[in-house]
Design a protein around this ligand. Structure first.
Ligand code: 1PZ
Length: 215
């Protein structure tokens, strides 16, 4: 396959990765979680340079997790559950906010986890939208309800500007590369509950271990 083909966003592919990331025991495989995000980055990259700073951050977070997975401690990073256990048992997390481990797996995944909430809200709005509804408004509302609460003013401003440049709904559906608008809506109907489940499992795990506010 040509490189350009490899880089093209495909909604179904992202759905498949998030499907694969759930084990029968409802553990979350980091490898597939990361490849879901990598798939989404392709979409971001096709939206133009205003989204570059978001894409860069998402890539860097996925890279940190991949590096753990490839390290000698790799087996401990197979699932979110095993990562949390390993990093807590070995005191590799800034639970008392000392800022010694600014790149722990737990805090890095928490950033993606919060973004997953935005994604879920945005895709649900997109799924139930009408033809002339504005993607920028759907995106902004989803952001204000979720991620924005964790971002400082400058990032909120830059994100807000990027949202204005989003393509209109029919063009955005084209970029999603999942067939006709009806087919896109159909795939979204499968994707949203799945993202919701992955989000919920992580949320409960992080809550149980008091990790939801990691600096
Ligand atoms: C379709 C339109 C896409 C809009 C994307 C909406 C999300 C806006 C997120 C703005 C993130 C700005 C860049 C970096 C922010 C970081 O400071 C934070 C916190 O990390 P820290 O500084 O503590 O290390 N990073 C994040 O919140 C993670 C953001 C990941 C965003 C992934 C978006 C993927 C979009 C998929 C497109 C469908």
């Amino acid at each position: 396959m040509a490189d350009s083909e490899n880089q093209k966003f495909c909604l179904q592919e992202v759905l498949d990765s998030f499907k694969l990331c759930l084990s029968p025991e409802k553990e979350i495989y980091i490898e597939h979680y990361v490849s879901g995000w990598r798939g989404l980055v392709k979409l971001l990259n096709s939206l133009g340079s205003l989204f570059g700073f978001i894409s860069k951050d998402a890539v860097s977070k996925t890279q940190i997790l991949m590096n753990f997975l490839k390290s000698e401690n790799g087996p401990h990073y197979a699932t979110v559950q095993s990562m949390v256990k390993f990093e807590l048992d070995n005191e590799l997390v800034d639970v008392d906010k000392k800022g010694i481990y600014p790149q722990s797996g737990c805090r890095t995944l928490l950033r993606l986890h919060r973004a997953l909430r935005w994604l879920q809200l945005f895709l649900e709005r997109l799924r139930t939208s009408k033809e002339d509804d504005k993607t920028s408004v759907m995106c902004r509302d989803a952001y204000n309800e979720s991620l924005a609460q964790h971002h400082p003013w400058l990032i909120r401003k830059s994100a807000g500007m990027a949202f204005y440049s989003l393509p209109v709904r029919p063009a955005f559906f084209e970029v999603m590369n999942a067939g006709t608008p009806e087919q896109v809506v159909d795939v979204l109907g499968k994707a949203v509950p799945l993202l919701c489940e992955v989000y919920q499992i992580t949320e409960e795990l992080y809550q149980k271990h008091n990790l939801l506010d990691l600096p």
